[in-house]
Design a protein around this ligand. Structure first.
Ligand code: MG
Length: 258
């Protein structure tokens, strides 16, 4: 069921989104060769708790998962697409790219955001992958106008990525964006591919997370034995950007921004 948020809920989510973006950009500033992914998780959790908010992913148990997610932050390095579990043994090194995905619960309501960040100097190919994924997110958001459909978002993202033929990026299809607000995952799914005019209509008051994931190689992904980490099937790098967005009668409003 798609939930249309009330004015009061939208106000809370706007503040929650602002707080989430503030936290995530602070965590981004910590990214440097030599830091472990666990240190980033501890820092993110501290920042959220200092605001008297709650990390949304900690102990979250997705449908079908054998155990709850054990951290506040998802940290996915290089060929890891999403849901990487932070570890003190996983130390970032120059040339890595690292995706940070974080959810925050403020006054009972959820927002969701992700960015991919370079560790020191990275290759031109990694840089282009990150830039293209961030641009794909913006193009998806631009298509998320009230009266359009979920398929219009996927179509816009897919057409943009395909228009950069020379890159030949894989668009991850088995993972998608989603409604968000009263829960961290709500209806509808927001795929990063699709047909114009297909799927649910976007109605003012809907709040959705749009989150393209692009791979340097194949679109195919595999899951690690830890039950969470999703990585590219061919071991090539992947990037991920996500915003929580409010559908309005006109231009959509990005909630996860400062
Ligand atoms: Mg999400």
């Amino acid at each position: 069921m798609i939930i249309i948020k009330t004015k009061k809920e939208i106000e809370i989510l706007r503040e929650g989104g602002r707080r989430l973006a503030t936290v995530l950009y602070k965590v981004k500033e910590k990214i440097t060769p030599g830091i472990s992914t666990k240190e980033l998780d501890i820092y993110a959790e501290k920042l959220i708790k200092d605001l008297s908010d709650e990390p949304a992913f900690l102990n979250y148990r997705p449908e079908g998962a054998a155990k709850p997610y054990p951290a506040s932050l998802c940290v996915s390095v290089n060929d890891e697409v999403v849901h990487g579990i932070p570890s003190s043994n996983r130390v970032l090194k120059e040339g890595d790219i690292v995706s940070l995905d974080l959810g925050l619960r403020h006054l009972g309501l959820f927002t969701d955001m992700a960015i991919t960040v370079p560790v020191g100097a990275v290759s031109e190919g990694s840089e282009r992958l990150m830039q293209t994924t961030e641009k794909a997110l913006q193009i998806g958001i631009d298509a998320a106008q009230g009266g359009n459909t979920v398929g219009d978002i996927g179509y816009a993202i897919e057409s943009f990525v395909r228009s950069r033929k020379e890159n030949n990026y894989g668009i991850v299809e088995v993972l998608s964006g989603h409604g968000v607000g009263r829960a961290i995952h709500e209806d509808p799914y927001i795929p990063n591919f699709g047909k114009r005019g297909s799927g649910n209509k976007l109605v003012p008051g809907m709040i959705i997370a749009i989150e393209p994931m692009l791979n340097l190689g194949t679109k195919n992904v595999v899951q690690d034995e830890d039950g969470y980490t999703i990585r590219t099937a061919d071991g090539k790098k992947s990037a991920h950007f996500e915003h929580t967005v409010l559908i309005t009668a006109g231009e959509p409003e990005i909630l996860t921004q400062i």
